[in-house]
Design a protein around this ligand. Structure first.
Ligand SMILES: Nc1nc2c(ncn2[C@@H]2O[C@H](COP(=O)(O)OP(=O)(O)O)[C@@H](O)[C@H]2O)c(=O)[nH]1
Ligand SMILES: [Mg+2]
Length: 341
């Protein structure tokens, strides 16, 4: 029922995309599909690919920005999003030459029914940026597509200049994309919870012994900065206008919001799955509204108490009077989220 989020990994050659990909693949229990458009440049740990990814699909024809249409990517997404794959997320590592704005456009315009856009992670090599790109007067246009910017190789910056350089990179990314979430991570070690929903307790930890073995050796839960989260259980339906307000103006520092909930309607209640990633809002109606719903906000810089308060306000708000404006705004996102055929 839930659409599989498709997350793009972009950044210049050598920025640290594959390092980040490998780190995410090490997440125990998660089932992740991987798409790379240049197998020659792929350096995913073999144990993770055979143990974790059912099908790694190569896109032929060079970098995504040069594809005449979305055919190659669409095929890959079709295969990886089949229900029997039970993917938690699909990660697309773009070649260093790919244009993130074009790639994000392809994912957002995809006609594959089982997916939704899951954001775009731009990996920025701090040293490279410091040495070269930073000298240009304008920040790279590509930053505009980023929902999450991961700054790598900060460990290689001269210690005395590190904080200043990181602040400057952050400011330049924000200049292009004010809503971006920015984290600094060594070898791509970010909290996977920022990127996708990690497996539930009911799922087997690992279905393949090889992957289990690999993780026993490599996984260290303390290897990344923990993202913060706020969550509420929803024992009653929520008011449409409050929900849309929350989705459009998330609590400070929230990168993702997800929810499974009921909304008061003019006549009947309607169930929804909602997903927000940065500025992307996605909404899928549920045929069966959940008896008890939930709302969760996640972010590395989340103002946790403020977020908790916002979520609780949504959870405890009474039905109130008719809410035609809220329902109209909600319907608009529902339409925008539907697959165009
Ligand atoms: N010191 C350091 N090296 C890094 C970091 N992130 C990536 N690297 C190294 O940079 C090189 C290129 O990384 P890779 O993930 O293959 O980059 P890609 O071309 O974007 O996929 C590899 O040797 C990585 O080990 C980091 O945060 N610190
Ligand atoms: Mg790579």
């Amino acid at each position: 029922m839930d659409r599989v989020p498709v997350i793009a990994l972009t950044g210049y050659l050598g920025a640290g995309k594959t390092s980040l990909l490998n780190h995410l693949l090490r997440r125990p229990g998660a089932r992740l599909g991987v798409v790379v458009n240049d197998f020659g440049a792929l350096n995913v740990d073999a144990a993770l690919v055979t143990g974790q990814v059912d099908e790694a699909v190569s896109i032929s024809g060079g970098c995504l920005c040069h594809l005449p249409d979305a055919g190659g990517l669409e095929d890959a997404l079709h295969k990886l999003s089949r229900p029997r794959m039970r993917m938690d997320a699909i990660l697309v590592e773009a070649s260093g030459a790919a244009d993130p704005i074009a790639l994000h456009g392809l994912i957002r315009a995809s006609r594959v029914p089982g997916i939704r856009p899951g954001g775009l992670i731009e990996v920025i090599d701090a040293v490279q940026h410091f040495r070269t790109v930073d000298r240009s007067p304008e920040p790279p246009a590509r930053f505009a597509a980023a929902t999450l910017a991961v700054i790598s190789k900060a460990d290689l910056l001269p210690a005395g200049e590190r904080d200043e350089v990181l602040a400057r990179i952050g400011a330049r990314v924000r200049q292009r994309q004010p809503h971006v979430q920015i984290v600094t991570a060594r070898h791509g070690r970010i909290d996977p919870a920022l990127v996708f929903d990690t497996a539930t307790d009911q799922d087997p930890v690992d279905e393949l012994p090889l992957a289990q073995l690999y993780r026993d050796q490599h996984h260290d839960a303390g290897d990344h900065e923990q993202a913060r989260a706020a969550s509420v259980a929803l024992t009653r339906p929520v008011r449409a206008s409050l929900l849309v307000d929350l989705l459009e103006r998330p609590p400070a520092g929230a990168y993702r919001i997800k929810g499974r909930l009921r909304v008061y309607g003019a006549r009947a209640e309607q169930g929804y799955v909602v997903n927000v990633v940065g500025p992307l809002i996605h909404l899928t109606p549920l045929p069966q509204p959940p008896a008890v719903g939930e709302l969760v906000a996640i972010g590395s810089d989340l103002d946790q108490p403020a977020a908790q308060q916002r979520l609780e306000a949504v959870a405890s708000a009474p039905a109130g009077g008719p809410d035609p404006d809220g329902l109209r705004r909600l319907r608009r996102y529902r339409t925008l989220s539907a697959v165009r055929r």
